[in-house]
Design a protein. Structure first.
Length: 229
């Protein structure tokens, strides 16, 4: 029997209310609701993902901890932002590669908000050395890159997202046959979900299936920086 999704519609109802009442006083008054409807279900989801991930992607760590694990803080860092609202209006889950505990390394990101739900795979804003290594790998073996980029199940599930340079990167001519991909700043692919997908009984298996579909991209990116996947 398929286990019920830990994520219920109450999570989205809380996020919607938070978006309209993004103040510390309101959040503190509604913190028990946040714990019950948002944080605990998200931690339950992470815990349910951990076991199948050990089989399908053992290099990824799904850590169900209240702080310092895969669940990202709901508090916003407002130090350098004009937007001083104190809380994020989304749930963010970062499943990181065991070789690098940095959110910019190849990994999986799961996002739930009223506006959109998604699973993303790859590198968002990779460090300069990582980005250079990925570009070198594409340049050195474009056929391997094409096999990863154009893998059937991957392309059926994901679309590339993120930003690209407007000009060619240093050391690569503008007429390079792989210039469109070499110009990428982000090597990230996104699979969109609906709130219904997230709250259905098969939500965990759906997310695990997407992570499996992302394997060609993840394997190429990890190979480029010489870590296993």
């Amino acid at each position: 029997m398929t286990q019920a999704s830990p994520i219920g519609p109450e999570l989205f109802e809380f996020l919607d209310d938070l978006a309209r009442n993004n103040q510390r006083e309101w959040f503190h008054a509604n913190k028990p609701r946040y714990e019950q409807d948002v944080r605990e279900p998200a931690l339950d989801l992470i815990e349910q993902l951990a076991v199948p991930l050990r089989r399908s992607a053992p290099m990824l760590n799904a850590v169900a901890k209240r702080s310092g694990g895969s669940l990202l803080r709901i508090h916003r860092d407002t130090r350098f932002s004009k937007d001083k609202t104190p809380y994020k209006t989304n749930v963010g889950i970062s499943i990181r590669h065991q070789a690098d505990n940095n959110i910019h390394a190849p990994g999986i990101y799961i996002h739930f908000s009223v506006e959109e739900c998604l699973v993303a795979a790859g590198c968002w804003r990779p460090h300069r050395e990582t980005l250079a290594a990925v570009r070198r790998a594409i340049d050195a073996d474009p056929r391997a890159w094409h096999r990863a980029r154009d893998a059937k199940r991957f392309r059926e599930s994901f679309q590339f997202s993120g930003e690209s340079l407007k000009t060619s990167p240093r050391d690569y001519p503008k007429d390079h046959p792989e210039i469109i991909d070499l110009r990428r700043i982000d090597f990230i692919a996104v699979s969109k979900l609906t709130q219904g997908d997230v709250t259905r009984a098969d939500a965990v298996s759906r997310i695990i299936g997407l992570i499996r579909d992302a394997k060609p991209l993840m394997r190429f990116l990890c190979g480029a920086i010489d870590v296993p996947y």
